[in-house]
Design a binder for this molecule. Sequence first.
Ligand code: FAD
Length: 505
Amino acid sequence: MPTPDPDYLILGTGMAALSLGAQLATAGQRVRLLEAHEYPGGYAHSFPMGGYRLCAQVHYVFGCHPGGTIADLLERVGLSDEVRFRRLDPDGYDHVVVSGERYRIPNGFDTFRDRLLVRHPEHATPLRAYFRLLTDVRDELDRLPDQPRAWDYALAPLRFPNVLRWRDATLGEVYDRLRMPQRLRAVLAGQSGDYLLPPSRVSFLLHTALVAGYDRGAWYPEQHYGHLVDRLVDTIRAHPGCSVELEREVDHISIAGGRVIGVRTRDGVVHTAATYVSNIDPARTVALAGPEHFPSTYTRRVTYPYSCGSFTLYLGVKGIDLRDYGFGSWNVWHYPHDDLDRAYAAQLDQGDLSDPWLFLATPSLHSDAPGLTPPGHQLLEVATACDHAHFARKKAEGSRAYTQEKVRVRERILDVLEARYVPGLRRHLALRVVGSATTNARYCWAPEGNAYGAALTPAARARVPFETPIPNLYLVNATAGWPSVCGAVRSGTRLYDKLAGGRTG
Ligand SMILES: Cc1cc2nc3c(=O)[nH]c(=O)nc-3n(C[C@H](O)[C@H](O)[C@H](O)COP(=O)(O)OP(=O)(O)OC[C@H]3O[C@@H](n4cnc5c(N)ncnc54)[C@H](O)[C@@H]3O)c2cc1C
């Protein structure tokens, strides 16, 4: 008997898609998710390699506290008892190391401010002003309604004065206004890799949303990211009429009479449903359907610069304990000097990764649950910003040129790690796997290998809406919604509320 059409076809299995799909399935809707890759989860997918199970990109998440976005999703789909999180050290969940000096970022803006005041009393005025503004903007962002009504706009100057005032500002402009000294500019933007932009380019509102998210708690899944993704997939599959199909790349979205009438996967199968939701990048979704089906105002709306790509190094470590080298229940952000704008310009504009900033995460120190490494081994993951075009050019020259470039950068990063953090690290490496921006493009189908969807500059504060001009086609992902696992999950929940008349947030 042919399988009946699902109510919803969801294209992709990123965190926004899994959040939406699990909630629809739990509510009794028939959903089918079509995923191009052999593993579900998008950037949050895990893959086996040499006895390890590596999560492609995600290192730590926010929104797992009671009432938080991720906790809320797990409760909605009945997974709160199964998927639990461990909190990274509240006294210093991120350590920012600038020119060799370590600053620990604790939970609590006031605690962080007071810590910096003790260390830099001569800069009390800009520090106090920065944290006051950060707190005010955070509180206003928390109060912003998801679906503003007429009176929200009328009252906005009274209720959201700081959001209105700073909405087009970069973090760098705020620093200038407050006369923030250079060292503190670097420390306060020490989590810059979470949005992959330097202070002169990142939206101040997005910077605030990000640091405020982690300020409420930075978390890691007790049984690692693979478990979170697997349980969401299992939840969908457990419901009648629901499925998650892997290695099903969508290569065409058919539109007729102003509606989607089916999507075709690369194997030639045409899938139909009443409603279609694309977790694929909005611009690419339009390209798959054919731009001629959309008004030009809309095709312009989905034209945006992408965030940059990432260079990632997964290191399996044996015979030493990384806790003896300054690692633990926290991440380390390494900056070779305190001019982050210069560091990003070198890496992105000149393709110069000779002295890169580095994000260092140690997932096996965040949870000791088995499944991540062979017994007795540890994992050190390293990431930094890189230019997709640079690696795409190397790839075009041939696999030898591409591999040589990856090895060159890998060895340079290992030099830095041995000089600054773990002397003799190379002797203890059981695994070294490298991914570049072109890897993101290939395995996560991310246009230009982008890490966070549309670049998070002030222009990106207006997100691409979930609705499209095609009434039975919706979008949900890091660009039509918000990046980060928490942002993507929230986008899935908000779209679910809209589609299924569930709770409104
Ligand atoms: C280096 C790096 C580090 C990061 N670190 C963190 C972190 O520590 N914490 C955090 O919260 N966030 C982190 N993020 C961001 C976070 O992972 C993403 O913002 C989030 O997971 C995006 O979810 P999404 O739903 O938008 O979909 P994506 O993850 O982009 O997934 C989209 C899915 O659609 C599929 N797809 C695309 N095209 C097709 C097609 N034609 N047919 C079928 N399927 C298709 C893809 O294969 C993919 O599975 C990081 C990202 C990067 C790159």
